[in-house]
Design a protein around this ligand. Sequence first.
Ligand code: ZN
Length: 239
Amino acid sequence: MDVKEQIEILVALQKNDTDVERVQGMISGIREKRSGMEARVAEAASAAETAAAELAELRKEYRALEGDVKINLELIRKSKSRLPSVKSNKEYQALLRQIEETERTNSRIEDSMLSLLDRIEAGEKLVAQREQEGKQAEAAFASEKARLDGEVRNGKAQLTKLAAERERIAGSASDALLETFNRTRQLVEGPAVVPVRGTTCEGCNINIPPQQAIELRRFESLNFCPFCNRLIYWERPLE
Ligand SMILES: [Zn+2]
C-alpha cells in the first residue's frame, strides 16, 4: 500500500473520530439540557410545596389565636356573670381588673390575627404564583422532551453508522498503520492527523522545516509534525 493510500485511510479515520466526537458532544449537550429542564420542574414543584407548607403554618397559627380569643371571651363572660354576686368592693375591683386585662389580651391577639391575615393573603398569592411557575416548567419540559429524546435517538443512530464506517475503514488498513494512528491519538490532544498547507501544520500552526515540507510533497513516508507530534500530510493550499 503506498503512502498516499495510507494517508487517505488516516484522514478517513481522523474524520470518523472527529464526527464521533461531534455527535457525542451533541448528545451530551442535549442530555444536559434535558436534565436542566427536569431539575427546573423539580425545583418549581418543591418551591410550590414550600409555599403551601408555609401558608398552612400561618393558617394553623391563625386558628390557634382564634381559639385563644374564644377562650378569653368565655372567661370574660363568666367573670361578668360573677360580678353581681361579688360581696366586697375589693373583690369586685379585682374581678373588674381581671376582665379588663383579659379584654386587653384579646385586643392584642386580634391585632396579631389582623397582621396574620395580611401574611396569609400574601402567602395565598405566593402559592398561586409558585403553582403557576410549576405548571409552566412542566409544560416547557413536556413540549421539549419528545424533541430532545428524538435528537438523542438520531445521534445514537449516527454513532452506530459511524462505528460501522470505522470498522470498514479499519478493515482496509494494516495493523501497523492502525497502531501508528492509535498511538498518535493517545499522544496528542485533538486531531491526530492534520494537513500541512504551504508549510504550516494545521494542528499547531507552526511552520515545519522547509526540507520536511518538500518531503511531504513526495509522499514517500508518513511524517510527524516535529512540534506537535501529529501525523501530517501535504494538502494543496486553499485557492
Ligand atoms: Zn504541528
